[in-house]
Design a protein around this ligand. Sequence first.
Ligand code: SAM
Ligand code: SF4
Length: 351
Amino acid sequence: MTAVDLGLPAVPRTSSGTRPDTPALIDPFGRVAADLRVSLTDRCNLRCTYCMPAEGLDWMPGGQMLSADELVRLIRIAVESLGVTNVRFTGGEPTLRRELEGIIAATAALDPRPRISMTTNGIGLVRRARALVDAGLDRINVSLDTLRPERFAEITRRDRLGDVLDGLAAAREAGLSPVKVNAVLLPGINDDEAAELLRYCVDNGYHLRFIEQMPLDPQHGWSRTQMITADQILELLRAEFELTPSSAPRGAAPAERWLVDGGPADVGVIASVTRPFCGDCDRTRLTADGALRSCLFSQTETDLRAPLRSGAGDDEIAELWRATMWAKLAGHQINEAGFAQPLRPMSAIGG
Ligand code: SAM
Ligand code: SF4
């Protein structure tokens, strides 16, 4: 098997081991991180079975969470000193953060202004979509795994499908573009709904992306044999649609895209497990309690909260950030013997 099969970087690790003299977030394989994922909280108002237990998790204590000012300072350093051009807010559920609009507005005021996006479960968007756009939000991803109310209640343990569908419509009406929908298919639960979800998204002008389920659940219940793979997703869709590979450049985007019935609508599949794209990764991640991660699956992280609170200057923090990314591994290793899930679940890292 080659590095390309594994989705690993084509550039071999630099032989000198010396970090080039660049302010950017470069790693030893030549990848440059320009896309910052910021988790605003580990809490959530849903309890998706593949993400959280019914009783929730041990939430981060308030004092351990970064304040809005601390978050904005770190985002400013990333944008102004480290070359970050895209900032995505996520969680947990980012809309639970009361200062969300203020954090977005402060991010939009940075120079150069980054593109700002958010991943959300869509609850509360009906009321907030306009204010989020006014604050500077450019794009949104809303998670939606089913269109059936009873199923939604089974998967998320909350009866809120109507709120999510209304939230999606509100996002579109507020001018967010594109509005993307993220869906995770679970065997025997909602895998019979792949085509229905795509029809709904095409009819409503939303861009659907299926995500392969990854080993990031706190229950450690993920199993390779119990996940719906990209190939299976495509087969389910091809029963009802003609799919042709999109010729649009993929860049660092995680989704492989197909035109639906000749286009212009398309559908994406994020095949993190079966077709890893680590070779093109351009992400760096900040958790709500100030930990820096170079990968969703990192076993190590760099605490920025302590230096932040003990008076470190911007240059010192920027150097810690560069060093963290310089330690990034070639790939996530899900498909390798001895793979171990990270201690943090998805909801505490930020998806
Ligand atoms: N609460 C927000 C939401 O649901 O969109 C943002 C955070 S959530 C962790 C981000 C995305 O990760 C969602 O689309 C969710 O379906 C997805 N997700 C959660 N756990 C996952 C897993 N184990 N594998 C793949 N995707 C997962
Ligand atoms: Fe909450 Fe998102 Fe996890 Fe569902 S996937 S429980 S909405 S954080």
